[in-house]
Design a protein around this ligand. Structure first.
Ligand code: URA
Length: 209
């Protein structure tokens, strides 16, 4: 059932522990999330194809590597996705950025779309969909439904923390999508927060507690 890939690295673990602490202030929380996004970006782009190019260094001609040019799109699930997307965009500045806005219906926790904007040719791109928290999976599933409907085929989902419930729901709904996370926590509580988690990621990133 668990098809999430856990990016397990001492630097990530250390930074994540600071993020989890309730007293960690927003500026530090944001910085740590950005730093972790760079470390995760390193891992999720590991299989990007390369091609050989001929270059000349100040010393000699040589054959070097260049990304083979399959265009990339980072999809930020608003608003907390922004906390991961900005670092990834620094790492891959030529990526295009899509946004999807969803809110949780307070009655049934269903994801309702209020915004969608994507670059063209999604079907040719490596699409990296980001949201720090995979809790019930409802938002991620709705976002992925919509991104597929817009033409995307090669999609990877990246989150900071995941609940087993969210991984199962997302794997059942989208078995073709790879999920990357830095930790799988215990469970969801009765308000669908991840336990132990880190609270509301959007509030902690933007200081809206
Ligand atoms: N979204 C959050 O920001 N935190 C959770 O624990 C669950 C969903």
């Amino acid at each position: 059932m668990n098809k999430a890939i856990v990016i397990d690295h001492p630097l990530i673990k250390h930074k994540l522990s600071i993020m989890r602490k309730k007293e960690t202030p927003s500026p530090l929380f944001r910085n740590l999330l950005r730093e972790i996004s760079l470390l995760m970006g390193y891992e999720v782009t590991r299989d990007l194809a390369l091609k050989n190019i001929n270059i000349e260094t100040p010393v000699a001609k040589t054959v070097a590597s260049k990304l083979a040019g399959r265009r990339m799109c980072i999809f930020s699930i608003l608003r907390a996705g922004e906390g991961l997307a900005q670092g990834l965009l620094d790492l891959i500045p030529t990526a295009k950025v899509g946004h999807i806005g969803l809110y949780r219906d307070p009655n049934d926790l269903r994801a309702v779309e209020y915004y969608f904007k994507a670059p063209g040719h999604l079907e040719e791109r490596f699409n990296l969909v980001v949201d720090p928290m995979l809790a019930t999976g409802n938002s991620a599933i709705a976002a992925l439904d919509r991104i597929k409907q817009a033409g995307a085929k090669d999609i990877t989902f990246l989150c900071l923390l995941a609940a087993p419930e969210g991984i199962k729901a997302l794997s059942d709904a989208h078995p073709d999508i790879k999920i990357y996370t830095t930790a799988i926590d215990e469970r969801l509580n009765d308000k669908s927060y991840i336990v132990p988690g880190l609270g509301d990621a959007g509030d902690r990133i933007f200081g809206t507690l």
